[in-house]
Design a protein. Structure first.
Lengths: 202, 202
DNA sequence: AGTTTATATTAAACATGTTTAACTAATAAA
DNA sequence: TTTATTAGTTAAACATGTTTAATATAAACT
């Protein structure tokens, strides 16, 4: 690596670390680019040059913790429990992460969830991993004979993810609700989804 | 009504009309408060005094069309179709509305969906109406004997609404997808939800 | 009617994300 | 080694949402 490239990476890391500190401490809106630049010892312009925009910087800053959480959750996934509990293991893990700083993660989700994939590479990647993980769980359920074989697993993953998103929105909208309460609601919704709410005539 | 109050309302309407025109024409980010003020023939400060913030102005500006759409959809709800089709009637109606200007409605949803209820009164009200309508449909299904009587209808409404939101996010994230395609995906998800994906041992 | 108070309006200032153009230093070319 | 080019950095400018303080005028009061 070049001497130039090295120092570039170094300032990039300085900015990232400063951003993580300030974002965690004061939230997104309250941490100005000027603040972050000062904390990192660089110019405000440098922040923008390195990370296109404040939103993109937020995404980069939080990405590490999100990826860590996902891989830890995947690794700690209990094998023996039934599907609903395994789904809740995943969802609750993310709820707990976001609960560490709801305002900050709300800002992240707000700025990324509606963007086309290319604009938010990290969140897009995590979402895709999550979706693939979900469809994997459903496929496994089919292999075990507990999920209907005719079910489209991609659609199923989308359904489960949608229910999760609905609960996530509840978590962000309702500061009075605890992670446990939101998780219970999600469990009830997912349970309905697994069992179906319609009466099927055999 | 006072002469003062009357003129206040008048400028309020001037601003609202200007905002509707400009937002529809150029989108939210591209319409500055200064633009809107100029178009309305008032000062930029006046815009903020009348509508707290640009976001709140957007919510006010779009609220009329959203409420109209909701009441028309409720009125035109087909009585004879089965539940899935009736749910899709509602969802598709909103998808079509949002499809008239995806970027603009995306901005609206982004700025309102995560806010506590008090901050976004109109969207909150519409969401609550929608949710109540959904739980009403489910209750009706129970009365007709096509929905399991033990189903919690509030949870069911939340589930159906979450699936709808998931599809809505897809509509906003994927400019390449048509309303019809998104609606088909939602129909598939909702169908899974109604029938259940798990195999139930009798 | 004259005076006071409340309020709608606005000009000017402010804060902050972002852009632009200039500067500096490292690398490549001669 | 000297020169030219590329690329990282930044100061200054800009655009825009919002706040503040001043102004004007309608309503309330005496």
């Amino acid at each position: 690596m070049n001497r130039r490239e090295a120092s570039k990476n170094e300032t990039r890391q300085l900015i990232l670390r400063a951003a993580r500190r300030l974002f965690a401490q004061k939230g997104m809106e309250e941490s100005t680019i000027r603040d972050i630049a000062r904390e990192a010892g660089v110019s405000p312009a440098s922040v923008v040059v390195h990370f296109k925009s404040k939103t993109a910087l937020l995404e980069e800053a939080l990405n590490r913790d999100i990826e860590t959480a996902l891989s830890e959750l995947a690794a700690s996934m209990p094998e023996d429990l039934e599907l609903l509990d395994r789904l809740m293991h995943l969802a609750k893990g993310f709820f707990r992460l976001y609960d560490q700083n709801r305002k900050l993660y709300r800002a992240l989700i707000r700025h990324t969830i509606f963007e086309p994939a290319g604009e938010t590479p990290h969140i897009t990647k995590v979402s895709e991993l999550y979706l693939r993980f979900l469809s994997g769980l459903v496929e496994e359920g089919q292999a075990r004979g507990i999920i209907k074989p005719e079910v489209d697993t991609t659609i199923a993953a989308g359904s489960i993810f949608s229910l999760y998103l609905g609960a996530l929105i509840m978590l962000f909208r309702r500061p009075d609700m605890t992670v446990e309460q939101v998780a219970e609601t999600l469990a009830a919704m997912t349970d309905q989804y697994l069992k179906g709410i319609a009466i099927i005539e055999p």
